[in-house]
Unconditional design. Structure first.
Lengths: 402, 358
């Protein structure tokens, strides 16, 4: 095959203001044969309007069942550089904070052992090293662990937990998302690396109801910051917003979903008993308003994309919880009760959201030992087919146990 | 040669503490407020001082060369500290305000854009596409590039009514979880899987394959003495779930695969509850390298939204206020039978009141 790289269709994607992945991959093509054949195969996909990757294969590192996704070209003779093109998922640091020193170390490993292409980051949150050969996997793993890095999850396991910037760079954060992410990741390394669940289990941590990690839509377990007491108000800072000429009525008061804000001159009054913590007023007036002091998080279970039974948002299972004195034991205990019940009664490839819909929320709550609350529903049931469990005996007036 | 270090496992990621800027460490959990200085530039203030953030676009699929350029700038301007956002934007974390403009100039010179904050389009979340996936119905990186070339002015400015979140997924598996974005661009297959009866008995477990179908369209059968499966094509909705468990049932069909457009999803709880995206355009042709039909449709929708929504109204909030019937009128998008849901809980989307606009 000629060494020349001809990609007239892809070249069209070098034009325009948005940064071009084609230009970027081409910059690698001089030093990496995998990148060259990747571009050639992609050009063929653009010509033929179809992908040319085989269904994944079982590859990995010793002792792990996840963290590596096997990928082989369907046209290995035509594009030998990508005959193997496996993905290595590297567990990202909490909140995706890096130093150049640390990331350069990972990239040095990757330059030596793979295509030099990455996804920063994958949908679940991992640093994704895109494209290497089977024989490179174990050396990559060794080099990564020597520098203090480890693999993330894949398959039917705990997927790599991820979180927002949290208390590291946000005044809204109601709990320490970075620390919780680190704690859960370290506490459940076995569940992360060795798939033994019914299906995947994603955990995302957002510090407030703005939900920057999309926990309510993208994680089997969304842990989303919330507070229970009154919004903290700095009236002087509010007066400064009024003085600045900001349209407080239009931009804040009129958009409150429960109409619980009143403005009297330069003073703001909030009926906190009706506030649903939607965040709009805090987002607009960050200098004047902040979350209350009684902070914690709510837990919503079951969000997922369409496969198999349709997309779901998470449902609130724990309306409020907090970590006291750095003690994660109650959260671990809850998580283990959830996993145990799902493991016992769920079916293969049944996500926790589909599982709860199948067995019912009532059964699920009973199974994990939590009490029902009106905070878990939009409204009580509207159908009368109720499975009653208590009834009177024919003789005597005493109700049955259970 | 030194003896090789002992193989270790299950060490987990490095502790995040190592990667936090000194100002972040001091202000950790004590931040007081943030400000927006200009598109792409934020400041966060706490008792220990102010940290400046400069946000730039990234194709997400990036090479070591790209990252090295980014890291050279981080060394030069932000003491080596930087981060990525949940939408794959890159953020430089600066102690010195005077470094903002030189950093932006250098970022523009290396071919990327600064923006994506507040009422802007942020980086498009997307999937692997033909670059790396076996089930892709379209490419993702190319679609994103083509769409963002058209919409980049909405990344570098904050002139939209509210934030606008766009996502691309290259098949219904939706690794990009596009089901809750303001605008979702979704690749889809439109024909049933083609069964490779020679490969299937070797590659697939029949009971798992049969059980994988949400519509019970797959049955075991025998072809030339080989145990395989057949698909009731009238029941198939091309979801690809069977292909996920059985490689011998590929769906790729260059003649029929295409792209759909969905609108009005949101994640945040601000003002209104989180919402799913809803179907706007059931099919547009897969037309690489620049997908003109898709970029044109998305641009028209963004411009219609920009011209008509009220301040802080997300796409879904705007359409809910004016009504979908009016949205279809205003946009000129044809309403078809494909817009009527027919899967689980379909009835929840039917009009069950007389609240219509005439």
């Amino acid at each position: 095959m000629s060494d020349e790289l001809k990609t007239p269709l892809l070249d069209e994607l070098e034009k325009g203001p948005w940064p071009s992945f084609v230009t970027d991959i081409k910059s690698m093509a001089g030093k990496n044969e995998m990148c060259k054949d990747l571009l050639r195969q992609l050009e063929k996909s653009y010509e033929d309007r179809r992908g040319y990757w085989k269904h994944g294969g079982l590859v990995g590192v010793m002792g792990y069942g996840g963290g590596v996704i096997g990928r082989y070209s369907a046209l290995p003779e035509e594009f030998p550089g990508v005959s193997h093109f496996h993905t290595v998922r590297v567990n990202q640091p909490s909140g995706w904070f890096y130093t150049t020193e640390a990331l350069r170390e990972v990239m040095d490993i990757w330059e030596k052992h793979g295509s030099g292409l990455t996804n920063m980051h994958g949908s679940t949150g991992d640093m994704v090293l895109l494209g290497t050969r089977t024989e490179e996997l174990e050396p990559i793993f060794r080099a990564l662990t020597e520098k203090g890095w480890d693999l993330g999850g894949s398959g039917s396991d705990l997927r790599t937990p991820s979180c927002c910037a949290g208390p590291a760079r946000c005044e809204m954060s109601c709990y320490d998302t970075l620390d919780m992410t680190y704690n859960l990741t370290q506490s459940y390394q076995d569940e992360l690396h060795r798939p033994m669940f019914n299906y995947k289990y994603k955990i995302k941590m957002s510090g407030c109801p703005n939900d920057c990690t999309a926990a309510i839509a993208r994680s089997d377990m969304g842990i989303i910051g919330i507070w229970r007491d009154d919004i903290k108000v700095d009236q002087a800072a509010f007066a400064a917003y009024v003085d600045s000429g900001m349209d407080i009525q239009g931009a804040v008061v009129d958009l409150c979903p429960t109409s619980c804000i009143e403005v009297d001159g330069k003073e703001i009054k909030i009926d906190d008993s009706n506030c649903v913590k939607c965040m709009h007023c805090l987002n607009r007036l960050p200098k004047a308003l902040s979350p209350g002091d009684d902070r914690g998080f709510a837990i919503a279970l079951g969000a997922k994309a369409p496969i198999v039974e349709g997309a779901l948002f998470g449902s609130v299972i724990i309306p409020f919880m907090k970590i006291e004195d750095g003690d994660y034991e109650p959260l671990h205990d809850l998580l283990e009760r959830i996993w145990e019940f799902w493991d016992e009664h769920g079916t293969a490839r049944e996500r926790i959201g589909e599982f709860i819909e199948r067995v019912s929320l009532a059964t699920f709550l009973e199974g994990i030992g939590e009490d029902p609350s009106p905070k878990m529903v939009k409204a009580p049931r509207d159908n009368p087919y109720i499975f009653y469990e208590e009834y009177f005996e024919e003789e005597g007036a005493s109700a049955s146990e259970e | 040669m030194a003896t090789e270090a002992k193989r270790v496992t299950d060490i987990g990621p490095p502790h995040y503490d190592k990667f936090l800027h000194p100002i972040i460490k001091e202000n950790y959990g004590k931040w007081q407020y943030h400000d927006s200085l200009k598109p792409g530039v934020l400041s966060h203030t706490g008792p220990a001082g102010t940290l400046f953030t400069v946000r730039c676009a990234s194709p997400r699929l990036v090479s070591i060369n790209f990252l090295n350029n980014i890291m050279d700038l981080a060394d030069k301007y932000s003491d080596g500290y930087f981060r990525f956002t949940s939408r794959n934007n890159i953020e430089f974390l600066l102690a010195k305000q005077e470094n903002i403009d030189p950093l932006i100039a250098d970022l523009n010179a290396m071919g990327t854009l600064v923006g994506g904050t507040n009422n802007a389009i942020s980086n498009i979340v997307h999937t692997q596409g033909w670059v790396h996936c076996h089930s892709a119905a379209t490419d993702a990186s190319g679609l994103v590039k083509a769409v963002m070339d058209e919409l980049s002015e909405y990344f570098t400015s904050e002139k939209l009514p509210a934030k606008l979140r766009v996502a691309v997924a290259c098949c219904l598996n939706m690794c990009g979880a596009v089901h809750a974005s303001d605008i979702a661009i979704l690749g889809l297959h439109r024909t049933p899987p083609r069964i490779d009866n020679d490969a299937l008995p070797k590659q697939c477990e029949i009971p798992t394959t049969v059980a994988s179908c949400p519509n019970n369209a797959i049955r075991p059968t025998s072809v030339d003495g080989k145990t395989t499966v057949k698909v009731d094509e009238d029941k198939c909705m091309y979801c690809g779930n069977c292909f996920t468990v059985c490689p011998a049932m590929p769906l790729a069909d260059p003649l029929n695969d295409g792209v759909s457009i969905w609108l009005g999803g949101k994640i945040s709880n601000a003002r209104t509850e989180p919402m799913f995206t809803k179907l706007a355009i059931p099919y547009l042709p897969n037309n690489p390298p620049r997908w003109p039909e898709v970029t044109d449709a998305v641009k028209k929708i963004v411009e219609l939204y920009a011209a008509n929504a009220r301040p802080f109204e997300r796409v879904g909030e705007w359409i809910n206020r004016i009504g979908w019937e009016k949205f279809f009128d205003m946009s000129g998008i044809e309403f078809t039978k494909y817009h009527l849901d027919d899967f689980r809980h379909a009835g929840t989307t039917y009009r069950r009141s007389l609240h219509n606009r005439y």
